[in-house]
Design a protein around this ligand. Structure first.
Ligand SMILES: [Cu+2]
Length: 472
């Protein structure tokens, strides 16, 4: 267990914040609060079974964890600490982010419909903050919009939020103070409210995974995100992790699986699962009516939206699960590189090498080679794409992971079973023998294409180029 209680709150937090002058919270004020719980490892922690209150089947936060609570006279008390953190986004690449309780995103909060919830929020950031409880029904003054529904939480101060979790579902939390900077720095977390009893629109599942889609702009060789970036982020992550740093979702064959995700980036993400059809069973607005559900393999999640998908994992294997925007399954790289596919560099390379000895031709045959080149990278930089699979480089980065479906996986076992062992004869293979010549069908029906029409010889194409904008 890597979770540590912060016995000496000030010194432990001081060690994490390093050079950044963190605000101090008085020890006397802290004594009355639930001890903040800290997590610094980016591992996927096992589900946290409820120690008190109504029972439920807990979720698993991808490369994250659930925040323990203290029961105080029937109220569930949590303590979130907003603070600078160091997040390992992938092996060999650490980012200086802001988050909660040692991590970005912060810990997942799990409660039960009808629970009275009290959340203490201590601000150890160098600037003011607040927390908005996205999607919750609550008294207006608990909504966390600084300036509108409450004064901002100044550095060094602790605020208390209290409300009843009225609606079961999939929610998140994030600041509503200097949002652009604080969300670009990684301040966000997941919230799940479990139903208090059997709900006609909420199925019981064997596995329930959660994560938030987020994006950063961190220049290769540096560690702090550029907070002024509006659209051209260079890292797309799940829970501030990028492939191959995102853990696989390990399930047992025939498990009913739910995956919940929310989008706090600046663009939409079409989420695509291989090998299975799923249904979207709910959003941050609540469970979807049965008549509005249909099978699909990709569902788009817009900015500020949440989706929960469900499927029966009835096909064994290692199934890719990723954002379908091809640039979102890549890590940091330059986007303004010309396409070189089909360009023959052979005559120029020699000449340029005489001037620049390290010159390298890039992209003559596409970009796939880049993943195997193992070029020296600036320190603290993740490769553009990578991830070793059983058959070579996976050539992916960013928002990509694998759902591993195994007969041998035990109930409640979330450990990685390793690569799938394909039954003999079920893997695409190189053709060993020459292709037998198959006579082409020369039909005369309506679909036959007379060859004299293609290609048309001596075809002259005239292009008129626009000159100026006079005609616009
Ligand atoms: Cu995407």
């Amino acid at each position: 267990m890597t979770m540590t209680h912060r016995r000496n709150f000030l010194s432990a937090a001081g060690a994490i914040t390093g050079a950044i002058a963190a605000a101090s919270v008085s020890r006397a004020a802290m004594a009355a609060l639930p001890e903040p719980v800290l997590q610094t490892k980016p591992d996927t922690m096992p589900p946290l079974s409820p120690s008190s209150g109504r029972p439920y089947n807990p979720v698993v936060t991808l490369n994250g964890w659930t925040l323990p609570w203290r029961m105080n006279n029937g109220v569930k008390e949590f303590h979130l600490v907003a603070e600078p953190v160091v997040r390992e986004m992938a092996p060999g690449f650490k980012a200086h982010l802001w988050g909660y309780n040692g991590q970005s995103p912060g810990p997942t909060i799990e409660v039960v419909e009808g629970d009275r919830v009290r959340i203490f929020v201590s601000n150890k950031l160098p600037e003011r903050t607040s927390i908005h409880w996205h999607g919750q029904r609550l008294p207006n003054g608990m909504d966390g919009v600084s300036g509108l529904t409450q004064p901002a939480i100044a550095p060094g101060k602790t605020f208390v939020y209290e409300f009843t979790a009225r609606r079961p579902g999939t929610f998140m939390y994030h600041p509503h103070a200097d949002e652009m900077a604080q969300m670009a720095m990684g301040m966000m977390g997941f919230w799940v409210t479990h139903p208090k009893a059997r709900h006609p629109l909420i199925d019981e599942v064997d596995r329930d995974f959660v994560f938030i889609l987020n994006a950063y702009d961190i220049e290769p060789g540096s560690a702090t995100p550029k907070i002024m970036t509006m659209l051209d982020f260079n890292l797309r992550s799940w829970n501030s992790r990028i492939f191959p740093g995102i853990d696989s979702l390990n399930v047992r064959h025939n498990d009913k699986v739910r995956i919940r995700f929310g989008n706090l980036t600046m663009t939409n993400h079409p989420m695509h699962l291989h090998g299975h059809e799923f249904v979207v069973t709910g959003t941050d607005g609540g469970p979807k009516p049965q008549g509005a559900r249909w099978p699909e393999v990709t569902t788009d999640v817009g900015v500020g939206q949440m989706r929960q998908i469900e499927f029966v994992a009835d096909e064994e294997g290692d199934w890719a699960f990723h954002c379908h925007k091809s640039h979102h399954t890549m890590n940091a790289m330059g986007h303004d590189v010309p396409t070189m596919i089909g360009v023959d560099h052979s005559d120029v390379v020699g000449k340029i090498t005489r001037l620049i000895p390290d010159y390298m031709v890039m992209g003559e045959r596409g970009m796939g080679d880049m993943s195997e080149m193992a070029m020296p990278l600036p320190e603290n930089t993740a490769p553009m794409m990578g991830g070793e699979g059983p058959f070579g480089s996976v050539e992916m980065g960013g928002m990509f992971s694998v759902v591993k479906v195994r007969k041998g996986q035990k109930a409640g076992d979330y450990s990685n079973p390793g690569w799938f062992r394909h039954p003999p004869g079920t893997v695409a293979r190189e053709l060993a023998e020459p292709i037998a010549k198959v006579p082409r069908v020369r039909g005369a029906g309506p679909s036959a294409m007379p060859s004299q029409n293609m290609p048309a010889a001596n075809l002259e194409v005239q292009v008129r180029k626009a000159r100026g904008h006079a005609g616009h």
